[in-house]
Design a protein around this ligand. Sequence first.
Ligand SMILES: Cc1cc2nc3c(=O)[nH]c(=O)nc-3n(C[C@H](O)[C@H](O)[C@H](O)COP(=O)(O)OP(=O)(O)OC[C@H]3O[C@@H](n4cnc5c(N)ncnc54)[C@H](O)[C@@H]3O)c2cc1C
Length: 376
Amino acid sequence: MKLRVVVLGAGFGGLELSSILSEERGDELELILIDKNDTFFFGYSKLDVMFGRKTVDSVLLSYRDFVKPGVTFRQETVTSIDPEARRVITDGGIYEADVLVIALGADYDFSATPGLIEGENEFYSFAGAERLGELLSTFTNGHVLIGMTSAPIKCPPAPSEAALLLHDYLTERGVRADCQISLVMPFSIPIPPSLGASKALLKVFKERGITLMSNQGVTALDPERRVAILRDQSEITYDLFLGVPKHRAPDVVIASGMTYDGYIHVSPDDLTSEYPGVYAIGDVTYVGAPKAGMFAEGAAKTAAAHIIAQAEGYESSEIYRGDGICYVEFGGDQVARVEVDFLSDPSSGTFVEPTLGTAREKEHFGASRSARWFGA
Ligand SMILES: Cc1cc2nc3c(=O)[nH]c(=O)nc-3n(C[C@H](O)[C@H](O)[C@H](O)COP(=O)(O)OP(=O)(O)OC[C@H]3O[C@@H](n4cnc5c(N)ncnc54)[C@H](O)[C@@H]3O)c2cc1C
């Protein structure tokens, strides 16, 4: 009998899990993969688009090209999830599954920060990165404030990367001397799991005249006065604000009753939820690992191993390790890497200094996923 799987969300986690199940059980699989969008993009593409390093068209990968035995893609929006019945309602139909996998990622809560508007003064949505890219192209002098509102966020190094790429961008346009760059973050150091990476970032911030305000957060904006209000009630003026919104699970996940403290808590060993046959992977979960692509991919591998084992009647010994790599853009086309094993020692991050070679490694990381998932 075919295994009926429904996967919600075709991001990093959903694409990898669907690929593995197809490879292992393509002939005996009826997998429906659902996403509201018609294209996938890597999270870091938002920075590439914002700073004009890549065009929008060049970073979008069409789900039409995600063609795998046993897998059907549906572009629909999930409107209701019943985890007990493993039943899902979308704007296009009703689905029931033997195995339900929730991989809907983290969403943004714009209302938590008055004055912060989706697609206007934040760069964590694709529309926001595009819009700020347009504004930056005519920005010639003044204060650019990159502001985090809270943690956790997707890709914790991304705000620091944005500051360094902005420095390069303004330098290349010959206006850096007329601009100030500040970065507000709630962390005490730029990348808390890696002291080495944080020290290296602090050094380059100093060299490049980037002001860091740590242990802080933007609580509200007053766009008319161009003022950001910080946690300690102090105010800071800006000419351009590049914001990182508060994150939370998508509304439909919260309405399903599966979340505690904002995210789905799953067994870190096998990514099962408290509901039989229901798994959750990636940014929509709380497992102690960061919200980043490689960690969602690792969770997908572990969940897939357990789904296959269960279907074939044996026990999988695969355990999610919460380990992975974060590539960190340092500017000057150089990329560093931080390797962390979050579940055994979250402060153990190993830092490898930025090089052009690691920049090529990051390119290969993206290209290999594009090829594996989309044949691109
Ligand atoms: C600026 C920025 C830079 C980043 N840089 C990096 C980096 O360098 N390296 C890295 O590893 N990670 C990076 N990330 C983080 C990375 O993009 C995410 O952590 C990763 O994509 C998480 O994978 P996921 O499968 O959990 O969720 P996602 O990839 O977010 O996928 C979730 C999917 O669910 C879909 N969805 C949501 N709600 C619904 C609904 N109701 N109905 C239907 N579909 C829905 C979405 O359309 C989406 O496709 C970055 C993120 C940002 C914002």
